[in-house]
Design a protein around this ligand. Structure first.
Ligand code: ZN
Length: 93
């Protein structure tokens, strides 16, 4: 496996951290084409653009629903989505 693929597999996709970790091309991200998930590049751009998202940790996954709420500056709505996502993770074995 190439070093690039190796690196991309370790990245948490759909997060600004993924962009910083090297997932910088739109088409190269596994989230490309998803209706609900953003690519790492989109997540990084959304975090820069929206104050509400800039408050989140770099490793928090940014979904399209979160960006819609961020456009309306609905921080509580964004936090509710983040909290729900973490709950799902906790219940997954
Ligand atoms: Zn990615």
């Amino acid at each position: 496996m190439s070093k690039t693929l190796d690196m991309l597999e370790r990245v948490e996709h759909g997060t600004p951290a993924g962009f910083l970790d090297g997932c910088k091309s739109r088409g190269g991200c596994p989230n490309h084409g998803s209706r609900t998930l953003t690519t790492c590049a989109e997540a990084a751009r959304a975090r820069q653009r929206h104050y509400v998202l800039s408050k989140l940790d770099l490793s928090v996954e940014i979904t399209r629903a979160m960006i819609r709420l961020a456009r309306r500056a609905d921080f509580e709505g964004v936090l509710a989505i983040v909290a729900a996502a973490h709950q799902v993770e906790e219940h997954t074995p």
